[in-house]
Design a protein around this ligand. Structure first.
Ligand code: TXA
Ligand code: MG
Length: 449
C-alpha cells in the first residue's frame, strides 16, 4: 500500500472554510433534491440495484502541489466521500459516478474486466464502443504503456500544455496491459488526466486507473450536474460524488496521433479547441527540428471508411446526445440545401402553434438560443405556445454555450417540453464541438432568414 498524505486543516480558518463550504454545498443539495438520498430498490432492470447515495465533495478543498501527484485534502467530508468511493470501486468492484471538468463520469477499475463490464451494463452501452482510461499522474500513465515506450514529441507538446485537462490521447496497447473490454479489442487505448480536483483525487486515493464514459444511459446527453446523473441512473449506481456543475460542459477532445504521417487526427472535437491545439504545437515545435504536424478534423478534413463503420469515432455509429423530446436545429447562417427555401423567423415560431393541436393543450417549446440572438424576439407571444427559455452564452462566447448546452437539453427535457429548438453557432473554437453534439441530437433542421 502506498502512503498517502491527506492534510486536514484544523486551524480556526480551516474550520471556517470547512463550515462555509459545507453550508454552500448543503444549499446546493437542497436546491435540487435531498442528498444521501435513499432511493427504493423496486426497479426490475437486470443490473444490480442500489440505494444511491449522493455524497457532497468540495473541489476547493483539494490541492495538488505542482511537484507532487498526491492531493492534499482539507475537508474531512470530502476525504470521507473519496474514501467511501474508493472502497466501493476497489473492494466491491462497483461503479462510482464522479465529476470531471468536462462531464460526470461513470468510473470503474480499468484493469479489472469484471468491474469494467459493470459500466457497460449500467449504461446499456454497446460493447464495441471503447472507454477512456483516466489516470492521475504521468507515473500512472506509464504503468499502462508498453515497456520502454517513449511518448511522441507532438504528444509531449500537448501533454505539457493541456494535461491535466479535457484532452484524450490514443496510445498503443500493444503490450495488452489494458483489457480488451476497455479498448473493444483495438490495438490502442484512449487515456487522459482529468483536471477536476475530485476526479484526479479519487484516482490518486484509489491509486488505480479508472475507465469512465459519461455517466448517462447510452444515447442521452452527457450529465454536467449530479442531479442529471441522479435522474438517469438512480438505483443503478451506489455512489454519486457531487462536485457541483462541470466547468467545460462538453466531453474531452479525442486525438489520435499514432499515424505514420505524424499528423494529429481529431476523432471527437471537445473541451480543447482545434485552434488551441494548433497554437500549442506551433509554439512548442517551431524552431525545433521536428516538423509541426497538421491537425485534421474527422469529416471536415479527412474521411475514414474504417472508423465510419467502427464506433471509434464517437457518435458515428450510435445515437448520441438526444433528449427524449425531438430537437430542431435552427440554421440562421449556414447555407440551405439547394431545394430548401428558408422561412422567416416570425413564420417559423408562429407555426409552432400546430403542436398544441397534437398535444391538446398549449404546446411547451424549449428554446436554446444565444443570449444575444436576434431570434429571442420571435420566441415569445405566440398564442397556444408556452416558450421555456434556457439561455446559452452570447454569440461571441461559445465556451459558455458549451458549458450550458447539455444542462439546457436535460433541464428542458425534465420540464416536459414537447419540442426543443436550438440555434446553430459558428463552427470555430468551442463551436466545432457544440455543433458536433447538436447535429447528433437534432432530428430535423430548419433554415430561417
Ligand atoms: O470528457 C470525457 O471524455 C468524458 C469524461 C467522463 O472523461 N468521457 C467520455 O467518455 O466522454 P465516452 O465513453 O462517453 O466517450 C469516449 C469516446 C468513445 O465514444 C470512444 O469511441 C472513444 O472515446 N474512444 C475510446 N477509446 C478509443 C480508442 N481506442 N480509439 C478510438 N476512440 C476511442
Ligand atoms: Mg458519452
Amino acid at each position: 500500500m502506498r502512503n498517502h498524505h491527506f492534510f486536514f486543516d484544523d486551524s480556526p480558518m480551516g474550520g471556517l472554510r470547512a463550515f462555509l463550504s459545507s453550508t454552500r454545498l448543503h444549499l446546493h443539495r437542497y436546491l435540487w433534491s435531498p442528498t444521501r438520498t435513499l432511493s427504493t430498490m423496486g426497479s426490475s432492470s437486470s443490473t444490480s440495484k442500489f440505494t444511491t447515495e449522493v455524497l457532497s465533495c468540495d473541489p476547493a478543498s483539494i490541492h495538488f502541489p505542482p511537484d507532487s501527484d498526491e492531493p492534499s485534502i482539507t475537508s474531512p467530508e470530502t476525504l470521507q466521500a473519496l474514501r467511501a468511493a474508493s472502497h466501493h470501486l476497489k473492494a466491491k468492484k462497483q461503479c462510482v459516478v464522479f465529476p470531471t471538468e468536462t462531464v460526470y463520469g461513470l468510473g470503474a477499475l480499468a484493469l479489472d474486466s469484471d468491474a469494467s463490464r459493470r459500466i457497460f451494463a449500467t449504461k446499456n452501452r454497446p460493447p464495441d464502443n471503447p472507454l477512456i482510461v483516466h489516470v492521475s499522474s504521468m507515473t500512472m500513465l506509464y504503468r499502462l504503456l508498453p515497456p520502454g515506450y517513449r511518448i511522441p514529441t507532438h504528444y509531449e507538446a500537448l501533454v505539457k500544455r493541456f494535461w491535466p485537462g479535457p484532452l484524450t490521447l490514443l496510445f498503443p496497447n500493444t503490450a495488452g496491459k489494458v483489457p480488451d473490454i476497455i479498448t473493444a479489442g483495438h490495438p490502442t487505448v484512449a487515456i487522459r488526466i482529468p483536471s477536476h480536483p475530485i476526479a484526479r483525487a479519487l484516482i490518486a486515493v484509489a491509486d488505480v486507473p479508472l475507465a469512465a464514459p459519461s455517466a448517462n444511459s447510452s444515447g442521452r446527453p452527457s450529465p454536467t450536474r449530479a442531479e442529471h446523473v441522479y435522474d438517469d441512473l438512480k438505483d443503478k449506481v451506489g455512489i454519486i460524488l457531487d462536485g457541483g456543475p462541470c466547468s467545460v460542459g462538453l466531453e474531452s477532445t479525442v486525438v489520435d496521433g499514432l499515424h505514420e504521417d505524424n499528423n494529429l487526427r481529431i476523432l471527437r472535437p471537445g473541451g480543447i479547441t482545434v485552434e488551441d491545439i494548433e497554437k500549442a504545437l506551433a509554439e512548442d515545435l517551431e524552431g525545433s527540428d521536428v516538423p509541426v504536424p497538421r491537425v485534421l478534423v474527422h469529416r471536415r478534413d479527412y474521411e475514414d471508411e474504417g472508423i465510419e463503420q467502427a464506433p471509434t469515432t464517437p457518435g458515428m455509429k450510435y445515437r448520441h446526445y438526444s433528449p427524449t423530446v425531438p430537437v430542431t436545429l435552427l440554421c440562421t447562417h449556414s447555407i440551405p440545401p439547394q431545394d430548401t427555401t428558408p422561412t422567416s423567423p416570425h413564420d417559423y415560431f408562429s407555426s409552432l402553434k400546430y403542436l398544441s393541436k397534437t398535444v391538446a393543450r398549449p404546446a411547451k417549446v424549449g428554446v436554446l438560443l444565444p443570449s444575444d440572438s436576434p431570434l429571442q424576439a420571435f420566441a415569445t407571444d405566440v398564442p397556444g405556445v408556452d416558450f421555456h427559455h434556457f439561455t446559452l452564452g452570447s454569440v461571441s462566447d461559445p465556451s459558455t454555450t458549451a458549458q450550458r448546452l447539455f444542462d439546457g437539453f436535460l433541464t428542458l427535457d425534465k420540464l416536459g417540453v414537447d419540442l426543443i429548438v436550438i440555434e446553430e453557432v459558428e463552427e470555430d473554437r468551442e463551436g466545432l464541438a457544440i455543433m458536433n453534439r447538436v447535429r447528433k441530437a437534432a432530428s430535423e433542421s430548419r433554415w430561417l432568414r
